[in-house]
Design a protein around this ligand. Structure first.
Ligand code: HEM
Length: 411
């Protein structure tokens, strides 16, 4: 590992998300990196960017790739486990890992389902799902907010959009959770093997679902994508399966953190919760501020295709570079001295990079915002005296960091 040395101790800085306290509050660690080594070379194999300016530049630069096949500077330890565990698994063809022209074609096909009017039309469906969850909480007088609302809402919404048949939600959630662990910068060998097993199971399930849907077409996204595949060479069978998997997993593994962690943070700040509860006009701004503060996806990624100069450092071609979205979202250079505070009336919080930036900007951004507006706003209005009971449990993920369990008394 190289890295800028700190003046006092001359010890190279080392970004270590496994440090004690990181899960509950990574913010001081990002601070340290932004100040000490904002363009950080980790073990000569992957780089991390921590400043807003550098992160946005990286994400928006069209000369960079997202295709892992372009990585030539390898993290040998990581690679060995992945090579073995994924030996029989074809790399995914999802748009998130494809460059133009494939990316452009895939994104165009899927984006038809995410137009502003299609998403806006989902509001009553989402409101009804939220109301049902809140009714149950009201009856019990308490809730475990992730299991009762933050997880099932986005899961059910994307299932309805796709037209998925009823599935074993817990089983799918477990596979999906094992899968997204591969997005973490540090992962154990056991987790790599669990992720590979989950990938096989998820692909098998989705192939079955696609076959079932061919026989049972309906007015839904999955049928529309199947038609695009059947129409000829616009979408291959593998591409179809992998776009569905991306939508299914991205559709809930991220929004759960915005809703669950967002509610957790607001319950700790009653003054901010009151702003959102009492002033509906602040709702849109408030959700962007929560997106900025929570950063449900903490890192995105790009791969250099040619030498890339950033922050006075030269990164060689073929290198995996992690864009510190959460760190950029807390960079005082961009947000001011209160970057680590929640201010639901902050001006222009929508300049956060929680959804990434550039050609891979999150396709589900408006859907995620709508779900969070309805879920968080309705929860706070229905239960003005809600308060956490017991300690929050974090999900232990570095990238898709969020609350795993939080017991709340609603009165
Ligand atoms: C709070 C919730 C969400 C967050 C924070 C989030 C974040 C992100 C991020 C960071 C990226 C990569 C952007 C980049 O590298 O520039 C991304 C891509 C993507 N997201 Fe989301 N996402 C969320 C919800 C959703 C939902 C609900 C869906 C769909 C139902 C979705 C579908 C996608 C897709 C399809 C891509 C790939 C876009 C492309 O490669 O062109 N996301 N998201």
């Amino acid at each position: 590992m190289t890295g800028t040395t700190t003046d006092a101790a001359s010890t190279p800085l080392f970004f270590n998300p496994l440090q004690d306290g990181y899960a509950s509050s990574p913010w001081s660690h990002f601070d340290e990196m932004r100040n000490g080594d904002p363009v950080h070379d980790s073990f000569g194999a992957r780089w991390f960017l921590f400043r807003y300016e550098d992160v946005t530049r990286l994400l928006r630069d069209p000369s960079l790739s997202v295709d892992d096949e372009n990585i030539t500077v390898h993290d040998e330890l990581r690679l060995a486990a992945f090579d073995e565990a994924f030996a029989d698994i074809e790399p995914t063809r999802s748009m998130l890992g494809r460059d133009a022209p494939d990316h452009t074609r895939l994104r165009r096909l899927v984006s038809k389902a995410f137009t502003p009017s299609t998403i806006a039309a989902l509001r009553p469906v989402i409101q009804e799902m939220v109301n049902t969850a809140l009714d149950a909480m009201d009856e019990r007088g308490s809730t475990e907010i992730v299991g009762d609302l933050a997880f099932p809402l986005p899961f059910d919404v994307i299932s309805v959009m796709l037209g998925m048949p009823e599935s074993d939600k817990q089983q799918v959630a477990q596979w999906s959770s094992a899968l997204v662990k591969t997005l973490d910068p540090i992962i154990t060998e056991e987790e790599v093997f669990a992720a590979a097993a989950a990938e096989r199971n998820m692909r098998a399930l989705l192939s079955e679902v696609i076959e079932w849907k061919r026989a049972n077409p309906a007015d839904d996204l999955l049928t529309a994508l199947i038609q695009a595949e059947e129409d000829g060479d616009r979408l291959t069978a593998t591409e179809l399966r992998d776009q569905v998997q991306l939508l299914f997993v991205a559709g809930h593994e991220t929004t759960v953190n915005l809703i669950g962690t967002g509610i957790h943070e607001l319950l700790q700040r009653p003054d901010q919760a009151a702003i959102l509860r009492d002033d509906p006009s602040v709702e849109v701004n408030a959700i962007d501020e929560l997106l900025r503060f929570v950063s449900p996806v903490q890192f995105s990624r790009r791969i250099t295709l040619q030498p890339f100069e950033v922050g006075g450092q030269q990164i060689q071609a073929g290198t995996f570079v992690m864009a510190g979205l959460a760190s950029a979202n807390h960079d005082p250079e961009k947000w001011g001295d209160d970057a680590d505070e929640i201010d639901l009336r902050r001006s222009s919080p929508a300049q956060h990079v929680s959804f990434g930036s550039g050609s891979h900007f999150c396709l589900g951004a408006s859907l995620a915002k709508l779900e969070a507006q309805v879920a968080i706003g309705s929860f706070l209005r229905r239960f003005p005296d809600a308060h956490a009971v017991g300690d929050v449990v974090w999900n232990g993920r570095i990238n898709l960091r969020g609350v795993e369990r939080l017991e709340i008394a609603v009165r």
